[in-house]
Structure formats: structure tokens, C-alpha cells
Design a protein. Structure first.
Length: 80
């Protein structure tokens, strides 16, 4: 099945990771960049928003925005 160009569908919810253990390495690598993206935002909005707003944005960014943008740029099947 061909992946979706907008958000992709390969390895969704770590599908296939236990058959190929080397995929965990890439997952951890991308997880570190995702966490770094969250910390960059926290430094930019420090003392400017309430904690609830910051937490909501961080969850939104790390669960929806980051995976889609990374798919576009690095998968070879995305828009970019």
C-alpha cells in the first residue's frame, strides 16, 4: 500500500518494529529531536503563557505537528 503524502502511514504505532530491531534506533533518534523541539518552544514562551497553554501546545506539537512535518521532509514520499 502506498503511503499517504500528507501524513504517511508507514510504521504507525511502531508497526513492524519487533521484526526489525534496528528501527528502534531511528525511533529513538527522532524522539530526541521531537523532545528538543518541545524544549525550544518552552524557552521561547517562558513566563509568557500559563502552564496549561504551554502543555497543550507541547502535546499538540509533539503528537501532530512534528510527525507530519518530519514525514514531509525526510521520508522521501512526502510533499517536500
Amino acid at each position: 500500500r502506498a503511503p499517504n503524502k500528507f501524513a504517511g502511514s508507514n510504521n504507525f504505532a511502531m508497526d513492524g518494529f519487533f521484526e526489525d530491531k534496528t528501527m528502534f534506533r531511528n525511533w529513538f533518534f527522532q524522539g530526541c529531536f521531537c523532545a528538543t523541539g518541545g524544549t525550544i518552544v518552552s524557552g521561547a514562551i517562558a513566563e509568557r503563557t500559563k502552564l496549561r497553554g504551554f502543555a497543550t501546545f507541547t502535546v499538540l506539537m509533539t503528537t501532530i505537528i512534528y510527525p507530519i512535518v518530519i514525514w514531509w521532509g525526510w521520508s522521501g514520499n512526502g510533499w517536500l
